[in-house]
Ligand binder design. Sequence first.
Ligand code: NIG
Ligand code: FE
Length: 415
Amino acid sequence: MQQTLIHNIKTIFGIIQNSSTKIKRGAEMAVLESLDNAWILIENGNIKGFGSENSKPEINNQCKLIDANQGYVIPAFVDSHTHIVFAKSREEEFVMRIKGKSYEEIAEAGGGILNSAKRLQEMSEDELFAQAMHRLNEVIKFGTGAIEIKSGYGLTVDDELKMLRVIKRISNESPITVKATFLGAHAFPTKYKQNRQGYINEIIHVMLPQIAEQQLATYMDVFCDKGFFSVEETEQLLIAAKLYGLKPKIHGNELGYTGGVQVAVKHHAISVDHLEYTGNEEIECLLNSETIPVALPNCSFFLGIPYAPLRKMIDAGLPVCLASDYNPGSSPNGRMGFVISLACTQMKLTPEEAINAATINAAAALELSDTHGSITVGKVGNVIITEAMPSLAYLPYRFGNNTIAKVIINGSEIK
Ligand code: NIG
Ligand code: FE
């Protein structure tokens, strides 16, 4: 029996006693349950118990002791939306945007996703794996304790399968839970620009059967937006994906009021992500659904586009989730701590709301509510220990700084 005792904790935040709480909606998001002067015991990788310093738990003599040095403990982050398998950075497009070009103009001229696809097609599976694993290990050190990774820079049968095999290998070798999403419908490859249905047929009749047969993905994503996939095209793809057992997670409403939210809800998507263009109609639609809205503030920060109106969404009673969108085009940074700071400064979430959005609600967006996202007996022992700090608000307040002292995954400290 492998035991780890974290002691001398100033406060544990993010406790959920009742394991039937899977997600926090609206006003519930303002509350982050806590316990002062505490310890947490992790046994065989899972949380065995927690309590006050005056009630010491039973430990064996091999128990690893971790001194929190009066720091706080919060659940490790869940990053429910990333594209960390990619071949090359795209800082030349960053400079083009500084000089006035828009994300859409760059994409139309063959840059953007197509640029990343060309690079990825040229790179070996081993090299892609090594680079993505490096990125993953880096974000784990910054507190990510479960992650979703999308394909979508292959855009040919062979290269989409190659990306998904890389994600599977990462999942096998990583200490954290990895969920794979098939995003073949990320952009139309140049050779299909005049024959969009040809590419959709290739996804439906060639890619999906092989992905299902080789069990390479849990979810199917479509970039349903202006200049990318239309609502009708998205529907065709989601209907086909369902036949192969892949559940929808949609990129929607990043570039306009394009119906992405409505199509996601209609097809019972697990989540709809981006949402920079979300009005009353979209909010109403989400309120009558189980689809989780996910915001990606790094993308707004980096591309200079509007932020999703999360304050309005929470006030309307919705549960909201935050993710990094780590990718070379719109978010070359996967640190969840920075995402939380942006949510506070730009979207007016309180620190408690932002942490709930990146932990318990993020776990729900990956269907990991039973195992991740809170300090609950029986969940995995993935926690962040902060430096000693004056209050919880100090965490997002110190934006861009690393105030995390230790990251514990399955009860072991990540070095
Ligand atoms: O989530 N918007 C679509 N996809 C990615 C960016 C892809 C890229 O530019 O490489 C996103 O922002
Ligand atoms: Fe994305």
